[in-house]
Design a protein. Structure first.
Length: 428
């Protein structure tokens, strides 16, 4: 990657590849590296494209690493499909038109991400973009706050330029499930955990004799009776109070000195790496009343919906009004008779009672899909020109429960049996 970066940068600086000017700044974007891919961007002209192909060929001659042109794609922005096809056939690349899919995401189309998709992207992409810098530097609080603010904005459906209402404080979304959050983890914990690995590496270097131990002075005998962390044997206090973070990472909290210093070398026994982040988070982030109930059989978006329902953070009319949003009415969109609160929508409204009674006659359980379909129905009445039919609600609940259980659970897929005896099948 470093070689290609150097070669392309040289071509850009000598004007053979023009790249793309970003706004009114002096920054020219010519290439990006992401995972195993290289994205080269330039003005749409055959001269630049030819030069790019030449650079890749020279890179092959110099390094022996061949770029498989036939597996590369050409994309054009505001260029006709014919032009893209023509240039692609000349270079040997494949032509790709917008919209297309990259790493499972639609590009150039309305991404229309669900809360599940946003959560996944926050964990997989936005949370790890800064891994290089965060593993080397302790980030400033203000930078971490800005990055967290961008992640929060994205999660609640906003973008860099627009902001949607955040229904749950971001510091309450980040914690683990047992702390009532969505298990995203904070960037601060990510940063500290990565730096902690460097501390671990430092001790490893001690143990390999790469960094000498002669700066340490021990006042103990053979170390078979003194506890390494809990007894006072060096300085005026136990090590657990002075190096509490490291103490918490030690698998054996009662270890003796002889366990940690073997033949004059450090001998550590740290917990697994993935324990560090939650541990740091647990100290930094607040805890909501009770743990998040996360059911792996349900789709993620339904889990997130139920989490918001539990916290009463759904955008029903009472919540919107209490947040100062001017709405024409706060009455229930289904019955128009009462204030639209979470309790009314899901328990007190005649619609909810009717549907719940049908569900209970069928399986004597309140399926989680019950609440999510009531909410969908409510939204369709308000926002869709052709709302869902009330009579379809029960059928939809049966169908989605069957789909979730048969796809994610262990249940054998028998639709007729499911309708007849859902409890038996769900328990099988
Ligand atoms: Zn109602």
């Amino acid at each position: 990657m470093g070689g290609i970066h150097y070669a392309l940068s040289k071509e850009v600086s000598s004007g053979l590849i023009r790249g793309i000017k970003l706004g009114s700044s002096d920054i020219t974007l010519s290439h990006l590296f992401y995972a195993d891919d290289v994205v080269i961007t330039t003005d749409w002209n055959s001269r630049d494209i030819d030069n790019i192909i030449r650079v890749l060929y020279v890179f092959y001659l110099a390094s022996g690493l061949r770029i498989n042109i036939h597996k590369s794609n050409i994309y054009g922005i505001e260029v006709s499909n014919d032009e893209i096809s023509s240039l692609a056939s000349r270079t040997g690349c494949a032509s790709v038109f917008f919209p297309f899919t990259y790493l499972g995401l639609p590009i150039g189309a309305n991404m229309n991400l669900t809360s599940r998709g946003r959560l996944t992207l926050i964990k997989a992409v936005l949370g790890s973009l800064g891994i290089y810098y965060l593993s080397i530097f302790k980030a400033l609080e203000s930078i971490l706050n800005t990055l967290e603010s961008l992640r929060s904005r994205f999660f609640w459906g906003g973008s860099q330029d627009s902001k949607n209402m955040a229904w749950v404080k971001w510091s309450h979304v980040l914690p683990s499930f047992d702390k009532g959050g969505l298990n995203i983890s904070s960037l601060k914990a990510f940063n500290l955990a990565l730096l902690q690995k460097i501390v671990g590496t430092y001790y490893l270097l001690h143990s390999k004799d790469i960094i000498p131990l002669n700066s340490f002075r021990f006042k103990v005998g053979c170390g078979t009776r003194i506890r390494f962390w809990k007894d006072i044997w060096i300085g005026d206090s136990p090590l657990l109070t002075r190096y509490n973070r490291l103490y918490r990472l030690d698998k054996d909290k009662d270890c003796l000195i002889i366990d940690r210093i073997v033949d004059g070398h450090w001998n550590w026994n740290w917990s697994r790496d993935d324990i560090e982040k939650p541990l740091i988070d647990s100290k930094l982030l607040p805890s909501i009343l009770s743990s998040t109930s996360w059911d792996n059989i349900l789709p993620r978006k339904v889990n997130i919906f139920l989490w918001r329902l539990y916290l009463d953070r759904l955008p029903h009319r009472l919540n919107l009004s209490s947040r100062g949003i001017d709405i024409p009415t706060i009455s229930c969109s289904s019955c128009n008779g009462n204030v639209e609160s979470a309790y009314h929508i899901f328990f007190a409204c005649d619609l909810a009672k009717d549907v719940l009674s049908l569900v209970r006659k069928w399986c004597d359980l309140s399926s989680p899909s019950f609440a999510s379909y009531i909410w969908r129905y409510r939204n369709s009445i308000i926002f869709c020109p052709q709302p869902m039919k009330k009579g379809d609600l029960f059928d939809n609940i049966c169908a989605s429960s069957f789909s979730w259980l048969s796809h994610r659970g262990q249940m054998s897929s028998n639709w007729i049996e499911w309708l007849k005896n859902p409890l038996l099948l769900a328990g099988s």
